[in-house]
Design a protein. Structure first.
Length: 375
């Protein structure tokens, strides 16, 4: 199992700290640093900045929003970042939610699965430097009866098959990730509640004939973002994470379309999820955070003293996680760096950093292994 670090959103007052966290993760051998976007800072610009200040760590978009860019623009950006970083880029994609898609980008949210499938098709086609001609339900390139013609990417990225991850929550989207992606970016991943979710991913991979008959997820990276708060006071650690959990369970999307709320319900927290949403939508944010059950936070985070976290690490590897992406929950840079260092130490102590996950053999090439002239 590898370690990643999730730097979250930029422009929130800790930008220099985030780069310092990425640099320390790079020094410690973390596999990837992920950057998010919503309707503030964008991921590619930040990843360029982080990439220029790091040496080995992969640069992951978690995620580049599908409604925000044409698939050709995403392919251009991915190829550019991969080239500038010497083959360190990982492309995470997601449809976002209806409020952001329609309210911010002006793109209808309907048929997210079909749009994602076609989008990934076109991105991969462009990165392979094929002439992009596509006739789909949602995307048509070139446009018919006009002056456009099928074009080919002019630059040669280090890897025509750079890794594509999908952010997925619902069962059908999980199946799609297993079918067409190289990895799954998971949120609120609870090892104890992950069986059905992982099986949905495996079903998609099995349908596409991926992996091996015994393990359809061989070579597929399950990559959850896991909040980590290290303190002797477990209740205080849970409280530190509760606002983040309440934002997603209660405030992401509308009352009718909140995928994170549905996930909490599938985990058995139906009553609590409804209460958190009611409070959050009534703008009682502190009360909403207080209403998030400790059991939900504890099962989807690593919180408490060092030894408690150490004991709970192996359950992620046992659940098939290939890359555990650490989200440090701490108020100061020193404390965030402490989280990053402690997690690296615990991986060594448990031996997990030397074990290949049973469902992951994905390796991203670094500059020393990239051929001089891509084929």
């Amino acid at each position: 199992m590898d370690l990643g670090v999730n730097l979250g959103y930029f422009g929130m007052g800790m930008d220099a700290d985030n780069v310092a966290v990425a640099q320390e993760a790079d020094r410690l051998g973390y596999a990837v640093a992920w950057v998010a976007e919503a309707y503030g800072s964008d991921a590619p610009t930040v990843l360029s900045w982080v990439g220029a200040r790091t040496e080995r760590i992969d640069l992951g978009a978690a995620v580049m929003q599908i409604p925000a860019r044409t698939p050709a623009m995403t392919a251009m950006t991915a190829a550019t970042l991969d080239t500038l970083s010497g083959g360190r880029f990982r492309l995470g994609l997601g449809v976002s939610g209806p409020q952001v898609s329609e309210g911010w980008h002006g793109v209808p949210f309907a048929a997210p699965l079909g749009r994602t499938r076609e989008y990934v098709d076109i991105v991969r086609m462009a990165l392979r430097r094929e002439s992009v001609a596509y006739q789909g339900r949602h995307f048509t390139l070139p446009l018919p009866d006009g002056p456009g013609k099928a074009l080919k990417l002019t630059i040669r990225p280090p890897r025509p098959e750079l890794p594509v991850y999908l952010a997925a929550v619902g069962p059908r989207n999980l199946e799609l990730a297993g079918e067409i992606a190289d990895g799954w970016l998971a949120i609120f991943f609870s090892p104890e509640h992950s069986g059905d979710l992982v099986e949905s991913v495996a079903a998609g991979a099995r349908r596409a004939g991926r992996g091996t008959p015994q393990n359809p997820l061989d070579g597929f990276d399950i990559c959850p973002t896991v909040p980590v708060c290290i303190t002797d006071d477990v209740e205080a650690a849970a409280a530190a994470v509760s606002g983040y959990a309440a934002l997603y369970i209660g405030g992401m999307g509308s009352r009718e379309k909140n995928f994170y709320n549905r996930l909490a319900c599938r985990m058995g927290f139906e009553d609590a999820a409804a209460r958190v949403q009611d409070l959050y939508l009534a703008r009682q944010h502190r009360d909403a955070a207080a209403a998030v059950p400790f059991e939900f936070i504890d099962s989807t985070s690593l919180i408490g003293p060092r030894e408690r976290i150490r004991e709970r690490l192996r359950r992620y590897a046992d659940a098939g996680v290939g890359t555990l992406s650490v989200a440090p929950f701490a108020a100061t840079l020193d404390d965030r760096l402490h989280v990053v260092r402690t997690m690296a130490e615990l991986m060594e102590e448990t031996g997990l950093s030397h074990e290949a996950s049973p469902q992951t053999s994905h390796e991203t090439p670094h500059p020393t292994s990239i051929p001089a002239e891509p084929q």
